[in-house]
Design a protein around this ligand. Structure first.
Ligand SMILES: Nc1ncnc2c1ncn2[C@@H]1O[C@H](COP(=O)(O)OP(=O)(O)OP(=O)(O)O)[C@@H](O)[C@H]1O
Ligand SMILES: [Mg+2]
Length: 356
């Protein structure tokens, strides 16, 4: 075909959806140039969607090549800033609030929450990490953040910093090793302090590490602000799967969408011979997720170094380990893909100013 006009390319790009909101890309088309059969476009992408930057660039390139066959398209992705709309009555400035939970203790919730937060952060998103496990807080340990929190000039608690991720935990408010006995109302006020009275700044994602059992805290959280959804962690064992199914039921009961399932400790890769052993079995979580129409976000193998890095508060180092990094990066990317698919199916409504 003859080369398209700049206007034709512009109009064609407007048919595409912004991954974050599902609305038209229109405002994010920064530049379009056409030089005979070469199309060059510059598209803005928010930091929220950076984990899927490569597949988004491919989507735009493929779209242009399909619409204008015989041309070559070069797509450059640049930063686009869209502030978060404050969430709930407490006005938390986060685009997505995600609870990482399981029906069972010790399956790797805190590990998954930490690696999700770090994976998103490394991809360029702004991320906060909240430890809602008031009984057995693990995040100070896993993120290597120790100390007591202080209050800023605005009266809000300043979270601790784990390589650019603000982290808040009850562990920064009580002496280490001290047990806290919680009663219902105290639990609610602790969660309120974590979410409302903490200076989170502007976040793309707030990742919440849930305690085992989850019922009360999930309810308290869902009363404070609309949760985007829950990610369920389970191991391949059948008993763990039964508990995971219970957890899914619990979240659905309190009307928190279940976004996906992560299978942790899926297999053991032997450091001596590189062979993979399915110690707890394999594939059950994936099968269940498919049956129940829940996204399967991927698996995390058992890895000795990962446990050691967790104990040493150096979880970020997992992302420099070629045996484990691809799994962790993929889980974070799949979560964003799921959120993007939801946004595209149900575009976020533009909030119009209230008149009169
Ligand atoms: N894939 C893995 N490979 C190796 N060790 C792991 C893996 N996942 C978790 N662990 C280790 O297992 C232990 C339990 O993990 P984690 O604390 O994340 O579980 P949890 O579900 O949050 O537990 P709890 O119910 O106590 O909150 C930790 O020592 C952690 O380092
Ligand atoms: Mg935990």
């Amino acid at each position: 075909m003859s080369s398209p006009t700049q206007e034709q390319v512009q109009q064609s790009l407007e048919k595409l959806q912004d991954p974050e909101t599902g609305r038209t890309l229109k405002k994010q088309i920064i530049e379009v140039t056409v030089d005979s059969s070469d199309i060059n476009v510059k598209i803005g992408l928010t930091s929220f969607a950076l984990p899927i930057k490569d597949s988004f660039r491919k989507e735009v390139t493929d779209h242009l090549q399909k619409e204008f066959s015989g041309t070559s398209a070069t797509v450059e992705i640049v930063d686009y800033v869209r502030p978060a709309t404050p969430k709930g009555q407490i006005g938390l400035k986060a685009k997505a609030v995600i609870a990482v939970a399981a029906g069972k203790g010790g399956v790797g919730k805190s590990t998954a929450a930490t690696t999700l937060a770090m994976g998103l952060k490394r991809a360029g998103c702004s991320v906060g990490l909240l430890d809602a496990d008031v009984y057995g807080p693990s995040l100070p340990h896993l993120t290597g953040t120790r100390g007591q929190v202080t209050k800023g000039d605005n009266g809000k608690i300043i979270p601790l910093d784990a390589e650019g991720i603000p982290v808040m935990s009850i562990g920064y408010m009580i002496p280490p090793g001290e047990a806290v006995i919680w009663r219902g109302p105290m639990l609610h006020s602790a969660v309120t302090t974590f979410v409302r009275d903490t200076d989170w700044g502007e976040l793309d994602y707030l990742i919440i590490d849930m305690p085992p059992g989850t019922g009360d805290i999930a309810l308290s959280l869902s009363q404070l602000l609309p949760l985007t959804g829950a990610v369920i962690v389970c191991t391949p064992q059948e008993v763990a799967l039964i508990d995971a199914i219970k957890a899914v039921g619990m979240f659905r009961k309190v009307k928190i969408p279940v976004l996906g399932v992560i299978e942790n400790m899926s297999s053991f890769i032997c450091p001596d011979n590189g062979k993979s052993y399915d110690i707890f079995g394999k594939g059950g979580a994936k099968e269940y997720a498919q049956q129940d129409n829940i996204a399967f976000l991927g698996e995390i193998p058992i890895n000795i170094q990962m446990r050691e890095r967790g104990d040493a508060g150096k979880m970020n180092d997992n992302f420099d380990d070629p045996n484990i990094a691809p799994y962790l990066e993929s889980v974070a990317r799949e979560l964003v893909k799921t959120l993007v698919a939801n946004a595209k199916a149900n575009p976020v409504q533009v909030q119009l100013p209230v008149l009169g």
